[in-house]
Design a protein around this ligand. Sequence first.
Ligand SMILES: *Cc1c(COP(=O)(O)O)cnc(C)c1O
Length: 444
Amino acid sequence: MHYYDERLTDLVFSYMRDRLAMDPVPLDHPGVKDKLDAALAGLITAQGHDPAKVLEVYADQLAPAVISADSPRFLSFIPAAPTKAALLFDMVVSCASLQGISWLEASGAIAAENQVLRLIADKAGMPASAGGCFVSGGSAANLSALVVARDTARRTRPGLGVPRIAVSDQAHSSIINTLNIIGAEALVVPTTGHRLTGEALRAALEADGGRDVIAVVATCGTTNAGIVDDLAGVAEVARERGLWFHVDGAYGGAGLFAPSVRDLYAGIEHADSFVVDPHKWLFAPFDCAALLYREPRLARAVHTQDASYLDVLHTEEDEWNPTDYAYHLTRRARGLPLWFSLAVHGVDAYAEAIEKGIELARRAAGLVRSSDHLELVVEPTLSVVLFRRKGWQADDYHRWSRRLLAGQIGFVTPTGWEGETVARFAFLHPGTTIGIVEEILATM
Ligand SMILES: *Cc1c(COP(=O)(O)O)cnc(C)c1O
């Protein structure tokens, strides 16, 4: 199985070449279980198969049953738009099965990953001490960071009861999951205009007494609507009260690179931990989330795994072991595709591509505003647009969404807003044009 097979290599490389060259990639469809089961039936046998036959099953039956998140017509949830350079370098990471566990084993990969983490920390204005690692996604990053918040509080606050964490009613679902996993309770802070403010946090803490509240989570920006919390106000209250200040920028953190919205992020420099997903708006392939700590030693104290056969990893002070900054041990050097693409294209190209999504949201909002039967639900802040079709009920939106996908016009799923079903665009693919937006709006 381990010998170099030229024919197999050519076969797979040729498939990859074709996929990379597709412009645009097809949106494709959800699969049908019986059909997929039939395609896979008998494929894994004792003796194996000709790779050409297996690849054909993948290319003809499986791949078309995966909706392409990197299609410029994928406007649901949070889309993806990895650069070709990042995709290609992901293959290098795969080819070399490159790990990024410890400095001893993988210093070359880790040094490059840390160069990217430093760039992100600088964009956020975090101090020179800041550092962290890349994990699989925002969920893993939020969990890893809030475990550090919890255990730091346990160490420094004798007599702490069940830890509580202040969150807004707009926080991402992964934050609520995290609280369940780590045994923390939520102090839910009501928002004004779906935005968490320092004032609301202070009022909630005063009304509640704030006992055992150890941390606060702010979002920049919210997944549903792209709203950026009042980071400066929240940071100030966190400082007054000695709370850990966690900033979830899994989707919107990339806006730090966009001059037109950078002001919205004022206060982020005070974050104790900060998360941004390059597999969202920093154009890296799945799965890649950057996790930064203001004081990495606090994370090390919590996450370093203690086993006698690992002691050899933890000898030199300035050797950086990414494994010590999240709940993982083995990890892929998943920051390298972003590192390669950033080094190839330069940071300005990233700023420009991110601005494009913001600009498209503004233009789409303009189209909605100028249409008699459409209505903006809220002014877009980043690259998400929420709008309604006057007179439509939930069923109308769902039927419309299925019709758009069936016709391969777009993948646009509705969302909820204050109890109402509304339409939602999430832009970030630089290949999404105002023409595509017009085409979709015309179907309403
Ligand atoms: C997407 C998102 C997450 C979860 O990130 P995954 O990479 O999907 O695990 C967390 N928070 C926010 C604000 C997000 O947009």
